[in-house]
Design a protein around this ligand. Structure first.
Ligand code: KDG
Ligand code: MG
Length: 406
């Protein structure tokens, strides 16, 4: 059995999804997602120029050897561009493997450990009342877990949804390649957010799982103070309180608080998180199958995490296409140390038409389809309607103009 060709498509409704389709001489194809948010042309070029010419002729069943070939063969290892490209290949090979076996990928991993996987959605507010409405609408739709972000009085642009009641998730600004500027003011955030979180807890009661993302904005001491201040809220997790590169920062937070910490959406490999996991400095690992080298590599991270009581919480921003989210869905129902899944797949008619799938969220739980492989398809006629659109990611500056962490 051999790979006969592979094609890369860029485009989609509201996002520049990078989709890899690998074809074989037995008529089975596989799909992978290489969407690197707001840098989409780079993994597409990496795939077209370096990966696809090497793949043709290889045996698609040898996904481990192909992963090692791509990773070691690059010489310059890791990095989001390469790992997104390898991640797409790996997902597509698992998709092919599942279709050949007539089994969903979760069965190949070891089978389902649960009936469904708890998901969380994003609630955002232009002010606290707006946020309350957004949380209430999630609860009415059956969500058991909600991430809450709120605009902070006096801080322009931060966490403001596109419309009142919207989620503010899309991030990409298709107005051009030059980034817009959002403001950040740590003092205002620290004075406002703990009280806002406490009010949400008071309004919605003890059962709702409340999550909050700091997007790497605090210094270690500030993050420790913030974590202590929000402790009475009983958060499900506090995400990315400090810049992810400085792993010692988390030790400082740990010394002062027992708030569960979720880290890792910007990590690309097990080497970015093995120490954090082994030192038990985090509670949830947030890697994504796209940015972290596909199912093969993420499974290694999950197994290491399981040894240290670290649960999964894979990244699920709308930057990932439904193909990556399908890979997560299969990992979610299999992983013995599953925690929660961020699930923001667009779910619009246009997205469903491009990526038909039977995976569904009902009552806040992800129900994973029994279809062979990843259980998601890609309609090439629909894809012909889209092309790459230049877009930008915002940057963040302090009041005096200093560039800050997004
Ligand atoms: O490109 C940045 C987004 O992926 C990020 O803002 C999303 O932090 C995020 C999350 O938790 O989904
Ligand atoms: Mg995040």
């Amino acid at each position: 059995m051999r790979i006969t060709g592979a094609r890369v498509f860029v485009g989609g409704p509201g996002k520049n999804y990078v989709t890899l389709k690998i074809e074989t001489d037995v008529g089975v194809h596989g799909l992978g997602d290489a969407t690197l948010n707001n840098r989409e042309t780079l993994p597409a070029a990496y795939l077209r120029d370096y990966v696809v010419p090497n793949l043709v002729g290889m045996d698609p069943r040898r996904s481990e050897d192909i992963w090692q070939f791509l990773y070691r063969g690059a010489y310059f290892r890791r990095g989001p561009v390469a790992m997104a490209a390898f991640g797409a290949v790996d997902m597509a090979l698992w998709d092919i493997k599942g279709k050949l076996a007539g089994m969903p990928v979760c069965d190949l991993l070891g089978g389902r450990s649960r009936e469904g996987a708890m998901v969380y959605g994003h609630a955002a507010g232009a002010d606290l009342e707006d946020l309350m409405d957004s949380v209430a609408s999630h609860v009415e739709r059956g969500y058991r877990a909600v991430r809450v972000q709120c605009a902070v009085p006096g801080m322009a642009g931060y966490a403001v949804p596109e419309a009142r009641g919207g989620a503010g998730d899309f991030i990409t600004d298709f107005g051009g390649i030059r980034s817009k500027v959002e403001a950040w003011d740590t003092g205002r955030y620290m004075r406002f957010m703990p009280g806002a979180l406490a009010e949400i807890r008071a309004r919605f009661g003890p059962e709702l799982h409340i999550l909050h993302d700091v997007h790497h904005r605090l210094l270690p001491r500030e993050a420790a103070e913030f974590a202590r201040a929000v402790e009475p809220v009983g958060l499900f997790w506090l995400e990315d309180p400090t810049p992810a590169e400085d792993q010692d920062a988390l030790r400082i937070i740990r010394q002062h608080s027992t708030v569960p910490l979720a880290i890792g959406e910007v990590f690309n490999s097990i080497w970015d998180c093995n120490r954090l996991i082994e030192r038990e400095q985090i509670d949830f690992i947030r890697v994504a199958a796209t940015y972290a080298g596909g199912i093969t590599h993420v499974r290694r991270i999950v197994d290491l995490a399981a040894l240290h009581h670290v649960r999964t919480g894979f990244h699920g921003a709308p930057s990932h296409s439904p193909i990556c989210m399908a890979a997560h869905a299969h990992l979610d129902v299999w992983a013995p140390n599953f925690g929660i899944q961020e699930w923001l797949v667009l779910g619009t008619p246009a997205c469903d038409a491009l990526f038909p799938t039977e995976h569904r969220v009902e009552d806040g739980m992800l129900r994973v389809s029994d279809a062979p492989g990843l259980g998601v398809e890609f309609d090439e006629r629909e894809a012909a309607r889209y092309e790459y659109r230049p877009g930008s990611h915002p940057v963040v500056r302090l009041g005096d103009g200093t560039l800050w962490n997004y």
